[in-house]
Structure formats: C-alpha cells, structure tokens
Design a protein around this ligand. Structure first.
Ligand SMILES: Nc1nc2c(c(=O)[nH]1)N[C@H]1C(S)=C(S)[C@@H](COP(=O)(O)O)O[C@H]1N2
Ligand SMILES: [Mo]
Length: 314
C-alpha cells in the first residue's frame, strides 16, 4: 500500500529526494540545485515508499546528528517582530506576505544593486547545507537549509577597500509586525559580521529549508545562517545589506551589551550572565548534550579568530 500524498511529511519527501541524489552519484551537500530547473527536474519518487526518518543515513549532519523534524523546525522559533512566545510565532506569522520583496545591497560598494527573490535564485542558485543551529538560550536544532553563500552576493556588488564589515537589516513594518510596537527593542533588527566572516564559505543566505521555500516564521523570504555563532546572529527577513567601515551595533548589543556581543561565537567556556553555555537541549530530545566550541565548526572557523581573546571579544 502506498501512502497517500497528504500523509507524506515534508521530511519524507525531502529524504526520498536525497536518496535519489545519492543513488545517482550526486552528494547531496555538494549538489547545486538551480531554482526553476529544480522544479522540473525533480525526480518522481511515487514508485517507492519514502524512507522512514532515522532509517536512512542521509538525514544526518557530518557529525552523525539527526535532522530536527520539519514540524519542530517550523513551530519553535525566535522571531521577536511577531512575538516573544516561541510556540506562538508560526500562528502569528501565518499569512505574512513576502511577495514582492526587495533586498537592497549598498554602502561601500562599487556596484550597489537591488535584488528581488527571483534575481537572487537565478543569479546565485540554491544549494543544500545541513547545519547545526545553537540558540544563545541553550537550545539547538539540525536544519537542512537551501541557499547560497553570502560571499557570492558580496562579490557581485564589488566592495570598496574601505569596507570592513557587513551590516544586515530586517524588515521594519509595525503594521504587519506587531512585535515592533514594543519599545523594549530598537527596531529594525540589525546584525553584522566582519567582512571575512561574511565571505566565509559556511556563511549562507537561506531561501529555503527541507527543500521548500522558507515559511514566514523561519525568516522568509531570505535570512542569514551563520552556523558557528549563536542563533541571534542569523537575522531573518532581510531587506538591506550594507558594506560599512565601522563595526555595526546589533539590536542585541543595544538591548544588553553585557550579555550579547558582536562576535557571539558559540563557546561552551563562556557562560551567559544568567545561564551556562556548556550544554544545550537539542529540540525534540530529552537529555542535554555538550555544546561544542564554534558549534563544532572549529576546524573550518577557528583560524578566523587567531590571536583574539575569545573571552574578551565575546
Ligand atoms: N529579524 C529577526 N531575526 C532573528 C530573530 C528575531 O527575533 N528577529 N531571532 C534570532 C534568534 S535569537 C534565533 S535563535 C534564530 C532562530 O531561528 P529559527 O526560528 O529559524 O530557528 O533567529 C534569529 N534571527
Ligand atoms: Mo536565539
């Protein structure tokens, strides 16, 4: 008996596609899926039952961690523009209109440019990256993103030599984002990276997850993902990207500079003011697990911070 399509979860659809890619010799992490082509080239998997999550080796990250379910990834979110209630974000964000959307890229660049979503997908494509995500509050997930390196977009606009940092800004629209009526935070949400962090190949602009376009609660239509930093650096629903000379002040640095630094690299040895960062709770799991230095990406990342005092430059 084959399952009704309505019973197939997004992760089952996703996993059967991954298995197909594997059988055809493409490694899922390395395959470049250009949107548009992807839609028509998607293989039919109707002739075989989808693999059960946990039964294939492909639903794991490179350290063997299982993917967090699609349901969990899209129903437990931090997105303060809607609400500070993590379980309430999805309902509040349902129906948030992300079309049309424009991302203006400018500041200290040779060629400022405004991209719509089609421009981004057409120009930079969509590749899959399975990343661990570690929120500064002590919970974590493993998420298969679709997106492209932020570095590709930065290259396209040709930064001037003076540019040292990248500043990213989320949408500001209090009529549609009720959380922005709260004066507790200085809206819009702003984040920043040093230019070498921003152009590191791990740094992603994500447009989808589990093979589907982002839902509003995940930061549709385009959000940042910096897997070796605490989750708050991974700014959602981006409308502006500026190359700048000075270190940007993020919303979290403004709110509590003693608790939220510019770098925010995952570091089990530096406690938050109010809780330890040495362990974390993987969402849908019961027992806490050890938090890894740079969230387990130290082999690729540690060299960016050579000589820096990681406790002082939090
Ligand atoms: N614009 C915006 N971006 C944001 C946030 C936010 O409140 N607003 N929360 C951040 C925090 S604290 C985390 S942990 C991640 C959560 O991403 P997720 O809900 O997709 O897991 O988004 C980050 N990006
Ligand atoms: Mo977070």
């Amino acid at each position: 008996m084959s399952p009704k399509s309505a019973d197939i979860t997004p992760e089952e659809v996703y996993l059967s596609r991954r298995r197909f890619l594997k059988q055809t010799g493409a490694t899922a992490a390395g395959v470049l899926l250009v949107a548009g082509c992807e839609r028509t080239a998607r293989p039919s998997t109707g002739h075989q039952p989808p693999p059960k999550p946990g039964k294939t080796e492909s639903n794991r990250d490179e350290r063997g961690n299982r993917l967090t379910s699609y349901a969990a990834v899209t129903s437990y979110n931090n997105f303060y523009e809607f609400t500070t209630n993590k379980e309430g974000v999805a309902a509040m964000a349902a129906g948030f209109k992300t079309e049309p959307w424009a991302v203006e890229v400018g500041g200290l660049v040779q060629k400022p440019k405004t991209f719509d979503l089609d421009d981004l997908r057409r120009k930079f494509g969509e590749e899959e990256r399975i990343y661990r995500m570690r929120c500064g509050e002590g919970w974590s997930m493993v998420i298969p993103w679709l997106g492209f390196p932020l570095g590709s977009l930065i290259k396209e606009v040709e930064p001037l030599a003076k540019a040292k940092y990248v500043m990213l800004t989320s949408i500001y629209d209090p009529e549609r984002l009720p959380g922005q009526k709260s004066t507790a935070y200085s809206w819009p949400y702003v984040e920043g990276l040093r230019l070498d962090e921003a152009t590191h190949s791990l740094t992603l602009l994500a447009t989808g997850l589990y093979g589907k376009p982002l839902l509003p609660q995940s930061g549709a239509p385009v959000r940042l993902v910096v897997p070796w930093k605490y989750g708050y650096k991974s700014i959602k629903s981006i409308v502006r990207i500026d190359l700048v000379e000075e270190m940007p002040t993020s919303l979290w640095m403004r709110a509590a500079p003693d608790q939220y630094g510019f770098f925010a690299n995952v570091n089990p040895d530096v406690a938050h003011k109010r809780w330890t960062q040495s362990t974390e709770r993987r969402i849908t799991e019961v027992r806490r697990r050890k938090t890894l230095s740079f969230n387990g990406y130290d082999d690729q990342i540690a060299k960016l911070y050579k000589g820096m005092d990681l406790e002082r430059f939090y």
